[in-house]
Every structure is written in C-alpha cells, then in structure tokens.
Ligand binder design. Sequence first.
Ligand code: WT7
Length: 646
Amino acid sequence: MSNEVFPVSPEWAARAIIDEARYKALYEASLRDPDTFWREEAQRIDWIKPFTKVKNVSFDPKNLHIKWFEDGALNVSVNCVDRHLKDRPDQVAIIWEGDDPKNDRKITYRELHAEVCRFANVLKARGVKKGDRVTIYLPMIPEAAYAMLACARIGAVHSVVFAGFSPDSIAGRVVDCDSTVIITADEGLRGGRKIPLKANTDEALKKCPGVTSVITVRHTGGDVAMQAGRDVWYHEEAAKVPADCQPEVMNAEDPLFILYTSGSTGKPKGVLHTSGGYLVYASMTHQYVFDYQDGDIYWCTADVGWVTGHSYIVYGPLANGATTLMFEGVPNYPSTSRFWEVIDKHQVNIFYTAPTALRSLMREGDGPVKKTSRKSLRLLGSVGEPINPEAWLWYHRVVGDGRCPIVDTWWQTETGGILISPLPGAIAQKPGSATLPFFGVKPVVVDTEGKVLEGETSGNLCIADSWPGQMRTVYGDHQRFIDTYFIQYPGMYFTGDGCRRDADGYYWITGRVDDVLNVSGHRLGTAEVESALVAHAKVAEAAVVGYPHDIKGQGIYAYVTLNAGEQPTEELRKELVQWVRKEISPIAAPDLIQFAPGLPKTRSGKIMRRILRKIAEDDFSNLGDTSTLADPTVVGDLVDNRQNKG
Ligand code: WT7
C-alpha cells in the first residue's frame, strides 16, 4: 500500500467542472434528496415525453423493483446522434484507428447520423422490430457503434459478444436471449493476425436453429462462406436503403441492451440495462469523471464487447457530443510505443485504459514511452481491476510526465457506469485507491454476518440505494438477479467485491470475494472454466482458482483429476489448455494445470477451494482446518505436486 497523496493541482481545481466544494455539496444533496437531484441531472438528455416520476425502487428481495424516470420517453440514438446535428454536425464523433497504423478514419456527427440510419433500415428490412434481440459479434470498427445505435434507434435490444469468444460461447448467448439476427464481419484484425469472425459465427449457428439472418460487414476482404437466404453482405443491403430513419419512441424503462457476464456459478448471465436511467448515468459520469469539455479528444482503449466499451466508448461520450477514439489494435503492435504514438497522432487529451496493459508496457521500460511527446494528455484513467501502486506511479510519472491526475474508476457490468472514482478537479488521489463515491452512490462495508461496519474498516462492499445506471434484471431469470445481488445482505446491493475504507473515508477495492476471477481485467467464473475442462473426454473432475500473476493480475490455476486409466502427460496438459481456449476463449486458458489424483472435499462432497487457493498462492503454512475433509491425505499430495510457476 502506498501512503502518498496526490492533491488536486490549482490548475485542475480552476478548470474542472466539479471542484472540491461543489463535489461535497452535490454529493450531500444527492443523498439527502435523490428525487430533486436526479430530476435536475436527467435534464442533460432530451426527452420526447418528460417524466414526472423520478425514482421507484425497492431492494427488498420479496418486492424487488428498480425503476427510474418510468413515465418518460426518449430515444437513445437521437440523444447520441441527432441532437448534435444542430450545434456540431461537422465535428468528429468517432476517430477510428486501425490495427495497421496506416488505416484510420474520421466520422463526423452528420456522417454518423447517416450511417446509423442506414444500419437501422437494413435491420428493419431484415424484419427486426422493437423489442427483438440482435447479437453483435464485431471487431473494433465503427460499424460496431453504428450497429449498437441502429438497434437503439428502432428499439431492438443488442447483445454484443466480444470478438474473442469461441463459437460455443456465441451460441450460448444467442440461444439464451433468443436472437434471430446476428451482425458480424468477415474477419477481425488484431496485432496483424486475422480472426475468423464469420467462420466462428457459422460454427456457432449449427447450435442456433432460431437464427434467420446473418448480416456480414466486409472488413478485411477475406474469403467467407455465405449461406443463401440466411446471409447477406451489409454493404449490399445498405446500398438499397435510405440514410434516414424515424426513431422509435421508447419508454425510459424499455431495454437498451443485454451484456453477458460471468458469475460465481453457472453460465454467464445476461445483464439487462434499460434506456433512460442508463443514458443519464453514462453521460453524467463520462462528463464529470473525465472532466470532458467541448473539443477534448477522448480515448478509452476497451473493447465494445465489454461494458466499458458500451458506456465509455459509445453511449456516454456520444451523448455528450464528444470525440471518441476507437482503436482496433493492441498495445504492442507494431511496437510497444503504439498507445503513445496514437495519442500523439490524434492529440488525445483524456486516456482511459486497464492496469494489465500498463503492467505489460511497464515491463518494456520507459524508453518506448519517452520517445513520444504525449504533450496533449491532460487526464489518465484506469479500470477493470485494482491498480497496484507501482503501476499507478509509473502511469503517473512516465506516461503522464507527473502532470496528469489519474482517475481509478471502480464499477461493474451490473452498475452500468462508474460508482467510485476520484473527480480530477475535486478529489486528491492515493495510488491504488478508487477514492470516493460518485453522486448518489452510498457504499456500505459489511462483515460476513451482514453487520454494517463504520469508519476505518474492511469487509464486503455493498451499495445502500439505487442509482439510475443500475442493471434491472438478469435477462429471462429475474430470480437469479435477486439471488445473486440482494439475498446476502437484505436491503442492499451486494457487489461481490471486498474493500477497505481508510481513515479519510477512501475506498480500496481488494478484489472479488466470490468465485469470480479477474484475468487481465476480464471477468471469468471458475465454474465456467471447470465445466469446459470436465467436458473433455479424459477429465473426471476439475477445480479452478485464481493466483497472483504479475501481468494479468490473476492467473488461472486448474486442478484436474483424470478418468481412471488416463496418464497425466505434458501433452495432455497442452491439449487441455487448447481445449479451454476453443471451448470458451483464449482469455480463459489455464496458466497452470496440476493433475491431482484427488481433490480436497468435505464429507458432504463440497470442494474446499480455500485450501486450493492457498496451495495455488504458494502459501502452505496456513492451510487452516483440514480435519473436516473426507480424506485429509489428499492435501499433502497436492502440496507435494504443486505446479511450478512460470
Ligand atoms: C469487477 C467488475 C468496470 C468495467 C470493467 C469490468 C473489478 C473493476 C476496478 C477498479 C478495483 C475493479 C471488480 C469488479 N474492478 N474496476 N478500478 N479497482 N477493481 O467490469 O467485467 O463487470 O468486472 O472488476 O472486482 O467487481 P466487469
């Protein structure tokens, strides 16, 4: 832990939209009278029909409901596009930077309007109607933003599936939300390597009989198979439709999107976000946390396949009339200076990335950073996992030349937007702390019995009351929504994270307290990786835990018991890693696999992960009570055979 404090500089206090006094006053007002606070803040977006009710929420598990601005009507794409045509039609909305540094494009708000309308008309021509679910499996190209906004325009609910996911993962998500239309591209391009998106889609669709339409964007020009009747090229369809499309009138609580995310048990769940509250919250947090002001060039390096891409590449920035940069590539291609070169090329002012990327670049030394100017940078951001103070200090000193504040933003797919973060003109930073809550957010620290802990303390992090960006349900399984977030600590939303609160009231997120892993900022359920492993013909049983990893934050450690007669070989180890890559995604590949003749289980058959975690962490001294195990001797065996790191 670092004890250093980085105070707000006088320049920042003077320029920022929110200074310290204003943060304190507004925060206090937001908790004292949420209705008044949010009624005013919601005026930042254009309503077709103004709302009269602000908040209608109960966290009581027996009567759970979350509604914001419930009698208002709006259209999200109109807010992100049309309403900027009056003041800034020729301002660049999206700067696209390709994987190959020679490829880039700038799309103005006027052009964005035409593109979104055309895409919306293509969807309509394929029979998509309000309320239908559309799966988007696209690389980081502007068409991904057009497709999302086109869905929003016609009231279709999009489900973006990260382009790194396997055919099986796509199929599971398509079937779960019953989508009949998929938007994909011929191929993706990352670090010079091609990703066969259309071929993956074709493979997935063998398991999705309900899909009637595949709309394919031509991106690399690679060869793909087209199935007559089902598959169409986007550019051919787009040429047949007008560049104007009347937006649907949507209720504030109509669904905007579903995004699948991993939990501690079972299959990934479809997190459902709705229209009005989500947009108010995404736009407001984008403006205040990044202190976004007119003319700023803003770059978030996330992928649109994750919530960060939804809220802070597409919806938040575009609702604010911002210029948002979308990057197709990776941090180390063609060289490890790429991020900094892109910053210079496009004169980026605000840069938002993940600790794992910083740690991998830090390893290359200061040279690749220092050979670039980065003079345009004003603010840096971090998201996805706890940032270790060492990476924070490097980011600050080397990337930001000691000049730029860092906003360490804590939030989740479920929260829709940032809940805990410094505001750069208002809150002094401490490296490794997400600092203080955003307006309207009331964090509560509880112990495992549910007792609320006051003052300087540590425990599990809950949020006491709703905010407009909160998820509304798990698509198709409302009971799972209640059981996952509202049962453990009645009356509160349980985040699944542990945290510490220091004497200044600052929050330090310590990571998940459930069986969710955070590998390079990607969220994975141990249960998902386990079920992929046991699907292999030679595997009898598997238990997966996380362990500390220098670059990834957490690595994946898998204990595998083989079927009788199978031999634990180096070859099989490699085969299992490949198997999981193919079953889920390369991001889920185990870093270490230990073949174990037996797993530590209680007499009732429950695997004691606590022990497995300790062994994976190389912490053998403190295995705790093993007397309740059905066979305590397995532990000694596991310790003796621990897989070597590296
Ligand atoms: C989990 C949510 C937030 C969008 C990207 C990830 C961890 C996220 C931070 C942070 C410490 C963080 C938490 C959280 N996390 N940001 N700034 N400091 N931990 O969204 O995939 O839903 O994952 O990521 O553990 O619960 P997600």
